[in-house]
Design a protein around this ligand. Structure first.
Ligand code: NI
Length: 225
């Protein structure tokens, strides 16, 4: 079925998905700060939609850990703290190392080339807003062979939850260069179909990202845009 499903045309985004994208972007860029209230009626008026897709969008963002919904006070942008970063990265490590372990033996040359091209795009990209999505594209290309769409869905949800943190990370040039060299080591191990080295390189890459972020939030070590 793989060859068949690859030909499926992308379906258009639903209104709720579009609203979620706009809100996620605003939160990731810092335009909507932690603790900001997200009122359904205000958002409905602003976007020009009914409240239903707004509510669905907020629920989607809640599932990603980006928005908190209180039964009486409504929705607000979730707070950021180092404990949360630790949790997100611990789950990412579990999910992504397993996906990579399953994927490496069957990774196609096409997917490896795609991952390599994404790395070149990251080198050339000057827009901070695009780096997070490209980073996600690189990682997901390597997990493509895992053969479990639910696992990939969970990985994507946790990438979304980590998005604004990843953006803070990638806005630091030193970290970005380090991250790119880790990505290239990881890709080289995948090309050799060396699962053990690839998984340990990925684990190291994720721990490095998490530690750098926690240091940044606790000590102000990274410049925040
Ligand atoms: Ni990465």
């Amino acid at each position: 079925m793989r060859g068949f499903t690859e030909g499926v045309i992308d379906r258009p985004l639903t209104v709720a998905e579009q609203v979620a994208n706009v809100l996620r972007e605003a939160i990731a860029s810092g335009a909507l700060k932690a603790g900001t209230a997200l009122r359904q009626d205000e958002l409905a008026e602003r976007f020009g939609f009914s409240r239903m897709p707004i509510r669905d969008a907020l629920r989607q963002l809640e599932a990603e850990g980006i928005v908190s919904i209180h039964p009486t006070k409504g929705a607000h942008v979730a707070g950021m703290d180092s404990a949360e970063i630790g949790e997100i990265y611990a789950v990412r490590e579990l999910l992504e190392c397993e996906a990579l372990r399953l994927s490496v033996p069957v990774l196609s040359g096409g997917k490896l080339d795609e991952a390599g091209q994404v790395l070149n795009q990251i080198d050339a990209e000057r827009d901070v807003g695009r780096w997070g999505a490209l980073n996600r594209g690189f990682h997901l290309a390597l997990y493509d062979g895992c053969g479990n769409r639910r696992l990939l869905g969970l990985i994507e949800a946790h990438h979304n939850a980590a998005d604004r943190y990843v953006r803070i990370l990638l806005s630091n040039l030193d970290y970005r260069n380090r991250s790119q060299s880790e990505h290239r080591d990881l890709l080289a191990a995948c090309r050799r179909h060396d699962g053990k080295t690839a998984v340990s390189a990925l684990r190291q890459h994720l721990r490095e990202g998490s530690n750098t972020l926690v240091k940044a939030i606790e000590g102000g070590g990274l410049s925040r845009k």
